[in-house]
Design a protein around this ligand. Sequence first.
Ligand code: DGT
Ligand code: CA
Ligand code: CA
Ligand code: ZN
Length: 572
Amino acid sequence: MKNLEIARIFNNIADLLEIKGDNPFKIRAYRRAALNLESIAEDLATISARGDLKEIPGIGKDLSQKIEEYLRIGSMSYYEELKREIPENLLDLMAIQGLGPKKAKLFHEALGITTIDELQEMAQSRQLQGLPGIKEKTEENILRGIAFYKQGVGRMTLGYAMAISKRVTDQLREIPGVEQIDSAGSLRRRMETIGDVDILVSSSSPYKVMDTFIHLPEVRQVLGRGTTKSSVLTQEGYQMDIRVVKQDQYGAALAYFTGSKAHNIRIREMAVRKGFKISEYGIFDEKSGDRIAGEKEEDIYRLLGIPFIPPELREDRGEIEAALKGTLPDLIQRKDIKADLHVHSRYSDGAHSIREIAEKAMKMGYEYVAITDHSQSLGIAGGVSIDILIAKIEETEKVNSELSRIRVLCGTEVDIRLDGTLDYPEDILSRLDLVIASVHSGFKRSREEQTERIVRAMRNPHVHIIGHLTGRLLGEREGYEVNLDEVLKASVETGTTLEINAYPQRLDLNDIGCRRAKELGAKVVINTDAHVLHQFDYMDIGVAVARRGWLEKEDVLNTLDVESFLKAIRKK
Ligand code: DGT
Ligand code: CA
Ligand code: CA
Ligand code: ZN
């Protein structure tokens, strides 16, 4: 199936056109088409054979011809032409924070730079300064951006790690003789980025497991192969480790390889004080050396006389003390979530209609869903004008009258302007069911200015939620600085909720922020920011962040039924 390949090419075309300084509407058309292609489950070749390519939203005559050309000959002449005009490597440069198409083009034309390493060398030897618009400060920012980029390279997002480990473990589970299989390491602890995926298997036929593993279609290269242990690189270049153990050691091995190292050190110390020795092979009596347990992870905690500690808490951040005192949180679960409150439709830069989103939300088992498109000034993301917003309110009412098992809330993700005012007038905001306010520009403001700006938006009586608080994109750009405690205090004071944005690169509010929110008595919501239907599944990732932040069901407002939720936000 070539759907994702073609979507990637359309995105690359959009980037190349941006470097060229081409028409912004054309660029947006390619990006929107790419997004729509990603969301289609059916093979494009099948759709094309039926002659239905033009039925796909955002695909007109021109783009459908380009898709047909690629399906027929495996290349797209327009894309090849653009690549001859502009070196493809420049696309990599744009991964650096603060480096857009204009600067990429400038550095290429003035200095012949095509790679990140070349750019770093030139910046270090101060050769960028003096080019038009490039000051010493710009050069420093670029060096910081490169350092940030390089530090993130090699770590994958939690979303990617969860998806690939599911595909891999689903295939390995089918092998006869495989008893148990889990992901361990930072993935099982649900850290926001993952260095390598660790997979643990118990099986009576380790050879078969290894052989299948290294030949999976997800594997590009085998780094090492042993009888009970192997390492590979995925197609995308990330590392995956696998270990096979015997069934009676599985629990001990799972605890060991889940980590964190700091948590395990504390657990082993406690064990020693009780006369046990814990290793990856089992739990032993210190004196006699007899094996007492090891098949189940639960045995470890039971023998220490404490409740089971969920993997997301195993960071030695107070979970052992809480377990001893009996005050471990009763963590929120995925099934507690009754709504997704941040979803984009075709009204802005999403790929689907209100009706399609409502039906998807029903399939997710939700009771309600809020469709929150961008506001009028956010041109590149298809911001919705006031007239169209009124049409959207009407369409939402119509969908609500047609569907009885789901309630669609008509909302917006309104842009917070530089001065903390909002991108729609109050009389429009007051007509909406739900208002998320987010920062999308002016990232370089000082911490004080940024905090003041956000707190001002929170004081607006129409704002219910602050979206993705720091604006970070993992591995791509750091968030802006903001005084979290001030924002959380304003959250409690004004009754404005903060969002955990489950989009894999955002995960913002993060785990530490969630925990601080709970301490200060602030509530949160967990939203996916879905632009296409399959992104509704990101909810699992958002719940994982909440769990790492020690949150319980009552800390999260979208666990409420729709009437209680609306009552809670209308208190403001
Ligand atoms: P990552 O992969 O960087 O995101 O983080 P982890 O936590 O998955 O680290 P990794 O893959 O190096 O090791 C997986 C687990 O194995 C780790 O969480 C704890 C355990 N482990 C690894 N090395 C050691 C060690 O030297 N001592 C102890 N006690 N445990 C270790
Ligand atoms: Ca790992
Ligand atoms: Ca590892
Ligand atoms: Zn959004």
